[in-house]
Ligand binder design. Structure first.
Ligand SMILES: [Zn+2]
Length: 458
Protein backbone atom coordinates (compact mmCIF):
# COMPACT_ATOMS: atom_id res chain seq x y z
CA UNK A 1 0.00 0.00 0.00
CA UNK A 2 2.79 2.34 0.97
CA UNK A 3 4.49 1.75 -2.39
CA UNK A 4 1.31 2.53 -4.27
CA UNK A 5 0.98 5.83 -2.43
CA UNK A 6 4.58 6.67 -3.18
CA UNK A 7 4.13 5.96 -6.88
CA UNK A 8 1.07 8.22 -6.89
CA UNK A 9 3.05 11.00 -5.25
CA UNK A 10 5.76 10.63 -7.88
CA UNK A 11 3.23 10.69 -10.68
CA UNK A 12 1.66 13.84 -9.30
CA UNK A 13 4.99 15.61 -9.09
CA UNK A 14 6.13 14.70 -12.59
CA UNK A 15 5.71 18.28 -13.76
CA UNK A 16 8.62 19.30 -11.52
CA UNK A 17 12.21 19.22 -12.73
CA UNK A 18 13.11 16.46 -10.29
CA UNK A 19 11.12 14.32 -7.92
CA UNK A 20 11.95 12.33 -4.83
CA UNK A 21 10.64 9.37 -2.89
CA UNK A 22 10.06 8.98 0.85
CA UNK A 23 13.51 7.49 1.40
CA UNK A 24 15.18 10.60 0.01
CA UNK A 25 17.23 13.32 1.65
CA UNK A 26 17.62 16.76 0.13
CA UNK A 27 20.56 18.92 1.18
CA UNK A 28 20.00 22.62 0.48
CA UNK A 29 22.35 25.59 0.79
CA UNK A 30 25.65 23.67 0.63
CA UNK A 31 29.03 24.38 -0.97
CA UNK A 32 30.29 21.19 -2.63
CA UNK A 33 33.82 19.80 -2.65
CA UNK A 34 33.35 16.94 -5.11
CA UNK A 35 36.50 14.95 -4.29
CA UNK A 36 38.25 15.68 -7.58
CA UNK A 37 38.38 19.44 -8.24
CA UNK A 38 40.29 22.15 -6.38
CA UNK A 39 37.21 24.34 -5.95
CA UNK A 40 33.86 24.56 -4.20
CA UNK A 41 30.52 24.66 -6.02
CA UNK A 42 28.75 27.29 -3.98
CA UNK A 43 25.13 27.29 -2.84
CA UNK A 44 24.08 23.99 -4.36
CA UNK A 45 21.42 21.34 -3.80
CA UNK A 46 22.11 17.60 -3.49
CA UNK A 47 19.38 14.99 -3.59
CA UNK A 48 20.04 11.54 -2.14
CA UNK A 49 17.65 8.78 -3.14
CA UNK A 50 17.90 5.62 -1.06
CA UNK A 51 21.66 5.02 -0.77
CA UNK A 52 22.88 6.87 -3.87
CA UNK A 53 23.34 10.48 -4.94
CA UNK A 54 20.59 11.16 -7.44
CA UNK A 55 20.87 14.83 -8.44
CA UNK A 56 23.22 17.77 -7.93
CA UNK A 57 22.01 21.19 -8.98
CA UNK A 58 22.60 24.92 -8.61
CA UNK A 59 18.81 25.32 -8.87
CA UNK A 60 16.25 24.20 -6.30
CA UNK A 61 15.28 20.53 -6.58
CA UNK A 62 11.64 19.47 -6.20
CA UNK A 63 12.00 17.18 -3.21
CA UNK A 64 8.54 15.65 -2.80
CA UNK A 65 8.44 14.06 0.64
CA UNK A 66 12.23 13.95 1.06
CA UNK A 67 13.75 14.88 4.39
CA UNK A 68 15.18 18.37 3.84
CA UNK A 69 18.43 19.30 5.55
CA UNK A 70 19.42 22.96 5.38
CA UNK A 71 23.22 22.90 5.09
CA UNK A 72 23.49 26.49 6.30
CA UNK A 73 26.34 27.23 3.88
CA UNK A 74 28.51 24.39 5.13
CA UNK A 75 30.69 22.28 2.83
CA UNK A 76 29.30 19.00 1.55
CA UNK A 77 32.06 16.56 0.68
CA UNK A 78 32.64 12.83 0.18
CA UNK A 79 33.05 10.61 3.24
CA UNK A 80 36.74 9.96 3.97
CA UNK A 81 38.45 6.73 2.91
CA UNK A 82 41.28 5.08 4.84
CA UNK A 83 43.57 3.55 2.20
CA UNK A 84 45.61 1.36 4.53
CA UNK A 85 44.37 0.59 8.04
CA UNK A 86 44.24 -2.37 10.41
CA UNK A 87 41.09 -2.54 12.53
CA UNK A 88 41.93 -5.92 14.03
CA UNK A 89 45.57 -4.97 14.79
CA UNK A 90 44.54 -3.21 17.97
CA UNK A 91 47.12 -4.26 20.55
CA UNK A 92 49.88 -1.82 21.38
CA UNK A 93 52.49 -3.68 19.27
CA UNK A 94 52.86 -6.89 17.23
CA UNK A 95 54.30 -8.86 20.22
CA UNK A 96 51.44 -7.52 22.38
CA UNK A 97 48.89 -8.75 19.83
CA UNK A 98 50.66 -12.10 19.52
CA UNK A 99 51.17 -12.77 23.22
CA UNK A 100 48.60 -10.90 25.28
CA UNK A 101 45.36 -10.61 23.29
CA UNK A 102 42.94 -13.42 22.51
CA UNK A 103 40.33 -13.41 19.72
CA UNK A 104 37.63 -12.03 21.99
CA UNK A 105 39.53 -8.92 23.00
CA UNK A 106 40.80 -8.28 19.47
CA UNK A 107 37.28 -8.64 18.04
CA UNK A 108 35.66 -6.39 20.65
CA UNK A 109 38.32 -3.76 20.16
CA UNK A 110 38.04 -3.92 16.38
CA UNK A 111 34.31 -3.16 16.73
CA UNK A 112 35.17 -0.10 18.86
CA UNK A 113 37.79 0.97 16.30
CA UNK A 114 35.26 0.64 13.47
CA UNK A 115 32.73 2.83 15.26
CA UNK A 116 35.39 5.42 16.04
CA UNK A 117 36.48 5.46 12.38
CA UNK A 118 32.95 6.11 11.14
CA UNK A 119 32.37 8.83 13.74
CA UNK A 120 35.64 10.45 12.59
CA UNK A 121 34.22 10.73 9.07
CA UNK A 122 35.74 7.57 7.53
CA UNK A 123 32.88 5.94 5.64
CA UNK A 124 35.13 3.47 3.77
CA UNK A 125 38.11 1.53 5.03
CA UNK A 126 40.60 -0.55 3.06
CA UNK A 127 41.97 -2.94 5.63
CA UNK A 128 45.59 -3.71 4.79
CA UNK A 129 45.82 -7.08 6.52
CA UNK A 130 45.05 -8.89 9.74
CA UNK A 131 41.32 -9.40 9.35
CA UNK A 132 38.87 -11.35 7.27
CA UNK A 133 35.32 -10.33 6.41
CA UNK A 134 33.66 -11.00 9.80
CA UNK A 135 33.58 -7.42 11.04
CA UNK A 136 32.64 -6.18 7.58
CA UNK A 137 29.65 -8.53 7.38
CA UNK A 138 28.50 -7.51 10.85
CA UNK A 139 28.62 -3.82 9.88
CA UNK A 140 26.94 -4.40 6.51
CA UNK A 141 24.10 -6.29 8.21
CA UNK A 142 23.41 -3.25 10.39
CA UNK A 143 24.30 -4.89 13.70
CA UNK A 144 27.23 -2.58 14.28
CA UNK A 145 28.15 0.95 13.15
CA UNK A 146 31.32 1.28 11.10
CA UNK A 147 32.70 2.07 7.65
CA UNK A 148 32.39 -0.06 4.53
CA UNK A 149 35.34 -2.43 4.74
CA UNK A 150 37.50 -3.84 1.97
CA UNK A 151 39.38 -6.60 3.87
CA UNK A 152 42.69 -8.17 2.80
CA UNK A 153 42.52 -11.24 5.04
CA UNK A 154 45.76 -12.54 6.50
CA UNK A 155 49.07 -10.84 5.67
CA UNK A 156 51.06 -13.02 3.29
CA UNK A 157 54.83 -13.06 3.81
CA UNK A 158 57.75 -15.46 4.13
CA UNK A 159 59.30 -16.82 7.33
CA UNK A 160 60.88 -14.05 9.38
CA UNK A 161 59.09 -11.35 7.40
CA UNK A 162 56.91 -8.44 8.47
CA UNK A 163 54.01 -10.93 8.41
CA UNK A 164 55.65 -13.43 10.78
CA UNK A 165 54.08 -12.91 14.20
CA UNK A 166 56.01 -15.63 16.04
CA UNK A 167 58.34 -15.08 18.94
CA UNK A 168 61.96 -16.13 18.75
CA UNK A 169 61.08 -19.33 20.62
CA UNK A 170 57.83 -20.25 18.89
CA UNK A 171 58.29 -23.69 17.33
CA UNK A 172 57.89 -23.96 13.60
CA UNK A 173 57.05 -27.62 13.00
CA UNK A 174 55.22 -27.03 9.78
CA UNK A 175 57.13 -24.10 8.30
CA UNK A 176 53.76 -22.56 7.68
CA UNK A 177 53.30 -20.48 10.79
CA UNK A 178 49.91 -21.69 12.04
CA UNK A 179 51.18 -22.09 15.58
CA UNK A 180 51.55 -18.39 16.07
CA UNK A 181 48.46 -16.85 17.61
CA UNK A 182 48.31 -14.49 14.60
CA UNK A 183 48.36 -17.49 12.26
CA UNK A 184 45.65 -19.32 14.18
CA UNK A 185 43.44 -16.25 14.20
CA UNK A 186 43.78 -15.73 10.46
CA UNK A 187 45.81 -12.55 10.83
CA UNK A 188 48.96 -13.80 9.13
CA UNK A 189 49.80 -16.55 6.66
CA UNK A 190 53.46 -17.49 6.39
CA UNK A 191 54.35 -18.69 2.90
CA UNK A 192 57.82 -19.61 1.64
CA UNK A 193 57.08 -21.36 -1.62
CA UNK A 194 55.09 -20.44 -4.69
CA UNK A 195 52.56 -23.15 -3.81
CA UNK A 196 52.14 -21.81 -0.28
CA UNK A 197 51.84 -18.22 -1.51
CA UNK A 198 49.04 -19.25 -3.85
CA UNK A 199 47.35 -21.29 -1.09
CA UNK A 200 47.44 -18.32 1.31
CA UNK A 201 46.03 -16.00 -1.36
CA UNK A 202 43.23 -18.46 -2.20
CA UNK A 203 42.48 -18.99 1.48
CA UNK A 204 42.07 -15.21 1.92
CA UNK A 205 39.70 -14.93 -1.04
CA UNK A 206 37.73 -17.88 0.32
CA UNK A 207 37.37 -15.96 3.60
CA UNK A 208 35.99 -12.87 1.86
CA UNK A 209 39.06 -10.76 1.10
CA UNK A 210 38.55 -8.19 -1.65
CA UNK A 211 42.30 -7.95 -2.37
CA UNK A 212 45.44 -9.61 -0.97
CA UNK A 213 48.25 -8.03 1.03
CA UNK A 214 51.85 -9.11 0.55
CA UNK A 215 54.76 -8.33 2.82
CA UNK A 216 57.37 -8.07 0.11
CA UNK A 217 59.96 -6.11 2.05
CA UNK A 218 61.08 -5.73 5.63
CA UNK A 219 59.37 -3.49 8.15
CA UNK A 220 60.02 -1.37 11.20
CA UNK A 221 57.48 -2.59 13.77
CA UNK A 222 58.29 -6.30 13.32
CA UNK A 223 61.05 -8.24 15.06
CA UNK A 224 63.12 -10.29 12.63
CA UNK A 225 63.38 -8.43 9.35
CA UNK A 226 65.69 -5.56 8.44
CA UNK A 227 63.61 -2.92 6.64
CA UNK A 228 66.07 -3.22 3.75
CA UNK A 229 65.04 -6.87 3.18
CA UNK A 230 63.62 -7.70 -0.25
CA UNK A 231 61.54 -10.55 1.06
CA UNK A 232 59.88 -11.95 -2.07
CA UNK A 233 61.43 -12.68 -5.45
CA UNK A 234 59.85 -11.57 -8.73
CA UNK A 235 58.59 -15.12 -9.35
CA UNK A 236 56.98 -15.25 -5.92
CA UNK A 237 55.25 -11.89 -6.40
CA UNK A 238 54.03 -13.00 -9.83
CA UNK A 239 52.51 -16.12 -8.25
CA UNK A 240 50.47 -13.99 -5.85
CA UNK A 241 49.39 -11.64 -8.63
CA UNK A 242 48.35 -14.63 -10.74
CA UNK A 243 45.86 -15.70 -8.05
CA UNK A 244 44.60 -12.13 -7.57
CA UNK A 245 44.10 -11.81 -11.35
CA UNK A 246 42.16 -15.07 -11.39
CA UNK A 247 39.70 -13.51 -8.94
CA UNK A 248 39.51 -10.29 -10.98
CA UNK A 249 41.15 -8.58 -8.00
CA UNK A 250 44.61 -7.22 -7.22
CA UNK A 251 47.55 -7.40 -4.84
CA UNK A 252 48.72 -4.62 -2.55
CA UNK A 253 52.27 -4.89 -1.33
CA UNK A 254 54.25 -3.57 1.61
CA UNK A 255 57.49 -2.37 0.02
CA UNK A 256 60.21 0.04 1.14
CA UNK A 257 63.31 -0.39 -1.00
CA UNK A 258 63.67 0.71 -4.61
CA UNK A 259 64.47 -2.86 -5.68
CA UNK A 260 61.31 -4.11 -4.03
CA UNK A 261 59.15 -1.28 -5.43
CA UNK A 262 60.29 -1.87 -9.01
CA UNK A 263 59.95 -5.62 -8.61
CA UNK A 264 56.37 -5.26 -7.39
CA UNK A 265 55.40 -3.03 -10.30
CA UNK A 266 56.95 -5.49 -12.74
CA UNK A 267 55.03 -8.37 -11.14
CA UNK A 268 51.73 -6.54 -11.63
CA UNK A 269 51.06 -5.41 -8.05
CA UNK A 270 48.55 -2.54 -8.23
CA UNK A 271 49.23 -0.61 -5.02
CA UNK A 272 52.62 -0.05 -3.38
CA UNK A 273 52.29 0.39 0.38
CA UNK A 274 54.64 2.82 2.20
CA UNK A 275 56.88 3.11 -0.89
CA UNK A 276 59.41 5.22 1.00
CA UNK A 277 62.14 4.94 -1.63
CA UNK A 278 59.85 6.34 -4.32
CA UNK A 279 61.89 8.21 -6.91
CA UNK A 280 62.06 9.10 -10.59
CA UNK A 281 62.46 5.49 -11.79
CA UNK A 282 59.65 4.20 -9.58
CA UNK A 283 57.43 7.09 -10.74
CA UNK A 284 58.06 6.16 -14.37
CA UNK A 285 57.34 2.46 -13.80
CA UNK A 286 54.16 3.31 -11.87
CA UNK A 287 52.90 5.57 -14.63
CA UNK A 288 53.53 2.95 -17.32
CA UNK A 289 51.65 0.31 -15.33
CA UNK A 290 48.83 2.37 -13.78
CA UNK A 291 50.16 1.64 -10.28
CA UNK A 292 49.03 3.53 -7.18
CA UNK A 293 50.82 3.99 -3.88
CA UNK A 294 49.79 4.85 -0.33
CA UNK A 295 52.14 6.16 2.35
CA UNK A 296 51.92 6.69 6.11
CA UNK A 297 52.97 10.30 6.62
CA UNK A 298 53.76 9.67 10.28
CA UNK A 299 56.96 7.96 9.08
CA UNK A 300 58.21 11.53 8.55
CA UNK A 301 57.02 12.89 11.88
CA UNK A 302 59.65 13.94 14.42
CA UNK A 303 57.51 12.08 16.99
CA UNK A 304 57.82 8.68 15.24
CA UNK A 305 60.02 7.16 17.96
CA UNK A 306 57.27 7.73 20.52
CA UNK A 307 54.91 5.13 18.96
CA UNK A 308 54.54 2.30 21.45
CA UNK A 309 54.65 -0.33 18.68
CA UNK A 310 58.15 0.98 17.92
CA UNK A 311 59.63 2.23 21.18
CA UNK A 312 58.63 -0.89 23.15
CA UNK A 313 60.93 -2.93 20.90
CA UNK A 314 64.63 -1.86 20.83
CA UNK A 315 65.20 -3.47 17.42
CA UNK A 316 62.29 -1.48 16.00
CA UNK A 317 63.48 1.77 17.57
CA UNK A 318 66.90 1.33 15.95
CA UNK A 319 65.32 0.43 12.61
CA UNK A 320 63.09 3.52 12.73
CA UNK A 321 66.13 5.80 13.02
CA UNK A 322 67.98 4.35 10.02
CA UNK A 323 64.78 4.17 7.99
CA UNK A 324 63.94 7.84 8.53
CA UNK A 325 67.46 8.78 7.46
CA UNK A 326 67.22 6.68 4.27
CA UNK A 327 63.80 7.95 3.21
CA UNK A 328 64.82 11.61 3.09
CA UNK A 329 64.06 12.06 -0.61
CA UNK A 330 60.47 10.85 -0.47
CA UNK A 331 58.58 14.10 0.08
CA UNK A 332 60.45 16.08 -2.57
CA UNK A 333 60.04 13.23 -5.06
CA UNK A 334 56.29 13.04 -4.48
CA UNK A 335 55.99 16.79 -5.00
CA UNK A 336 58.00 16.51 -8.20
CA UNK A 337 56.47 13.41 -9.82
CA UNK A 338 52.93 13.58 -8.35
CA UNK A 339 52.11 9.84 -8.21
CA UNK A 340 48.57 8.61 -7.60
CA UNK A 341 48.88 8.71 -3.83
CA UNK A 342 46.22 7.38 -1.48
CA UNK A 343 45.86 8.50 2.15
CA UNK A 344 47.09 5.94 4.69
CA UNK A 345 47.19 6.05 8.50
CA UNK A 346 48.30 2.45 9.21
CA UNK A 347 47.57 2.62 12.92
CA UNK A 348 48.27 -0.40 15.11
CA UNK A 349 46.62 0.26 18.46
CA UNK A 350 43.42 1.07 20.33
CA UNK A 351 40.77 3.72 19.72
CA UNK A 352 42.38 6.74 21.38
CA UNK A 353 45.85 6.13 19.91
CA UNK A 354 44.46 5.61 16.42
CA UNK A 355 42.30 8.74 16.57
CA UNK A 356 45.41 10.75 17.47
CA UNK A 357 47.42 9.12 14.71
CA UNK A 358 44.74 9.71 12.05
CA UNK A 359 44.35 13.39 12.98
CA UNK A 360 48.11 13.93 12.95
CA UNK A 361 48.44 12.09 9.61
CA UNK A 362 45.94 14.48 7.98
CA UNK A 363 47.92 17.42 9.36
CA UNK A 364 51.26 16.06 8.08
CA UNK A 365 49.91 15.32 4.61
CA UNK A 366 48.54 18.86 4.35
CA UNK A 367 51.84 20.28 5.50
CA UNK A 368 53.90 18.23 3.02
CA UNK A 369 51.65 18.23 -0.05
CA UNK A 370 48.94 20.84 0.47
CA UNK A 371 45.27 20.54 1.30
CA UNK A 372 43.94 19.67 -2.16
CA UNK A 373 46.38 16.77 -2.74
CA UNK A 374 45.56 15.53 0.77
CA UNK A 375 41.80 15.75 0.22
CA UNK A 376 41.80 13.87 -3.09
CA UNK A 377 44.08 11.23 -1.51
CA UNK A 378 41.40 10.72 1.17
CA UNK A 379 38.46 10.72 -1.26
CA UNK A 380 38.61 10.13 -5.02
CA UNK A 381 42.07 8.52 -5.22
CA UNK A 382 41.32 6.04 -2.44
CA UNK A 383 37.91 5.59 -4.08
CA UNK A 384 39.68 4.45 -7.26
CA UNK A 385 42.00 2.21 -5.25
CA UNK A 386 39.25 0.26 -3.46
CA UNK A 387 37.51 -0.31 -6.80
CA UNK A 388 40.58 -2.20 -8.05
CA UNK A 389 39.00 -5.16 -6.24
CA UNK A 390 37.05 -5.60 -9.48
CA UNK A 391 33.42 -5.90 -10.48
CA UNK A 392 33.05 -9.45 -9.24
CA UNK A 393 34.50 -9.11 -5.75
CA UNK A 394 33.62 -5.46 -5.00
CA UNK A 395 31.01 -5.70 -2.23
CA UNK A 396 29.88 -2.13 -2.93
CA UNK A 397 29.37 -2.36 -6.68
CA UNK A 398 26.37 -0.06 -7.06
CA UNK A 399 28.29 3.22 -7.31
CA UNK A 400 31.54 5.12 -7.00
CA UNK A 401 33.10 5.96 -3.65
CA UNK A 402 34.99 9.11 -2.66
CA UNK A 403 33.20 11.49 -5.02
CA UNK A 404 30.12 13.67 -5.01
CA UNK A 405 28.47 12.98 -8.35
CA UNK A 406 25.17 11.49 -9.57
CA UNK A 407 25.19 7.71 -9.17
CA UNK A 408 27.89 7.67 -6.46
CA UNK A 409 27.15 6.22 -3.05
CA UNK A 410 25.61 8.70 -0.62
CA UNK A 411 28.64 8.69 1.71
CA UNK A 412 28.61 12.35 2.66
CA UNK A 413 30.04 14.72 5.24
CA UNK A 414 28.87 18.24 6.03
CA UNK A 415 31.80 20.18 7.46
CA UNK A 416 31.92 23.58 9.09
CA UNK A 417 34.34 25.49 6.85
CA UNK A 418 36.28 25.00 3.63
CA UNK A 419 38.58 21.94 3.90
CA UNK A 420 40.58 23.21 0.91
CA UNK A 421 41.65 26.10 3.14
CA UNK A 422 41.63 24.41 6.55
CA UNK A 423 42.07 20.67 7.15
CA UNK A 424 41.27 21.02 10.84
CA UNK A 425 37.57 20.92 9.88
CA UNK A 426 38.08 17.19 9.19
CA UNK A 427 40.30 16.69 12.23
CA UNK A 428 43.87 17.62 11.20
CA UNK A 429 45.92 18.16 14.34
CA UNK A 430 49.52 19.34 14.66
CA UNK A 431 49.73 17.47 17.96
CA UNK A 432 50.15 13.71 17.97
CA UNK A 433 50.60 11.94 21.30
CA UNK A 434 49.82 15.01 23.37
CA UNK A 435 46.53 15.72 21.57
CA UNK A 436 43.62 15.62 24.04
CA UNK A 437 41.10 12.77 23.88
CA UNK A 438 38.15 13.64 21.65
CA UNK A 439 34.59 12.53 20.90
CA UNK A 440 34.29 12.59 17.11
CA UNK A 441 35.41 15.65 15.11
CA UNK A 442 33.70 18.96 16.01
CA UNK A 443 34.09 20.35 12.48
CA UNK A 444 32.18 17.40 10.98
CA UNK A 445 28.54 18.29 11.58
CA UNK A 446 26.88 15.50 9.66
CA UNK A 447 27.96 11.99 8.67
CA UNK A 448 25.94 9.98 6.15
CA UNK A 449 26.90 6.51 4.95
CA UNK A 450 24.87 4.60 2.38
CA UNK A 451 22.13 7.22 2.63
CA UNK A 452 21.78 6.80 6.41
CA UNK A 453 22.69 9.57 8.85
CA UNK A 454 24.98 8.57 11.73
CA UNK A 455 25.68 12.03 13.11
CA UNK A 456 23.84 15.33 12.81
CA UNK A 457 24.79 18.29 15.01
CA UNK A 458 23.58 20.97 12.60
ZN1 LIG B 1 50.14 -1.59 7.53
Amino acid sequence: MKNVLRLTALALSCGAAFSASASSTLFTNVDIFNGTENKLYEDHYVLVENNLIKTISAKPIEAGDAVVINGEGKTLMPGLIEGHGHLQMNGSSLPDIENNRNWEELAARSAARAESALMSGFTTWRDAGGMGAGLKKTIDSGELDGPRIYPSGAFIGPTGSHADFRNFNTPNETFNGPISSGGRLGMSCTADSIGDIKACARQNYMQGATQIKLMSSGGVASSFDPWQLNAYSLEELKAAVEVADAYGSYAMSHAYSKVSLLRNVEAGVKTLEHAFMFDKDVAKAMKENGTYMTTNMTAFSPYLGEIEAINSNPASARKAKTAQAAFGGYIENVKKYKPKLGFHVDCVGGVAACEQQADHSIYLSGKFFGNFYTLISMTSVNGEIVKLSGETLDPYFEGKLGVIEPGAYADILLVDGNPLKDLSVIGANEKWFDAPAREGIDGIKLIMKDGKIYKNTL
